[in-house]
Design a protein around this ligand. Structure first.
Ligand code: THU
Length: 135
């Protein structure tokens, strides 16, 4: 976890790209990095962590969210997700992002740190199932 002031989308993207070196992606060789900006100003990074039992793999976005929540942070402004080719967050990650704020900004960038898309959790997962759907 790091803390920087005056965060810009580009700073988040750079952090997400730099942390990709720690991705444990020995099966797919597809390194993903995430950098999540909490309302406190703290930034939590994440990488994908794969497993020989493939379905146990955890995506970079969820690692970042779970790190943050376990540190006591529950509200977020933005997340940057970086892959070589600018891949978009998977469905499971979209649901987890939605849990912690439909208005969260999502920056999707490639390995050259080009911002390819700026969107929100709500746009990525319209009509998300949420706490309000539970009786
Ligand atoms: N992956 C992520 O980390 N985030 C996503 O949103 C999509 C996929 C990872 C999981 C796996 O380690 C690799 O990318 C290939 O699917």
């Amino acid at each position: 976890m790091s803390k920087i002031k005056n965060n810009s989308s580009q700073e988040l993207i750079t952090l997400a790209n730099e942390i990709r070196k720690n991705a444990y992606a020995k099966y797919s060789n597809y390194a993903v990095g995430a950098a999540l900006l909490g309302k406190s100003g703290k930034i939590y990074t994440g990488v994908n962590v794969e497993n020989a039992v493939y379905p146990l793999t955890l995506c970079a976005e969820r690692v970042a969210i779970f790190k943050a929540v376990s540190e006591g942070e529950r509200e977020f402004d933005a997340i940057a997700v970086v892959t070589d080719n600018g891949g978009s967050p998977c469905g499971s990650c979209r649901q987890v992002l939605a849990e912690f704020g439909l208005d969260m900004t999502v920056y999707i960038a490639d390995g050259e740190e080009n911002l390819l898309e700026e969107t929100t959790a709500e746009k990525l997962l319209p009509r998300a199932f949420g706490a309000g759907d539970l009786p």
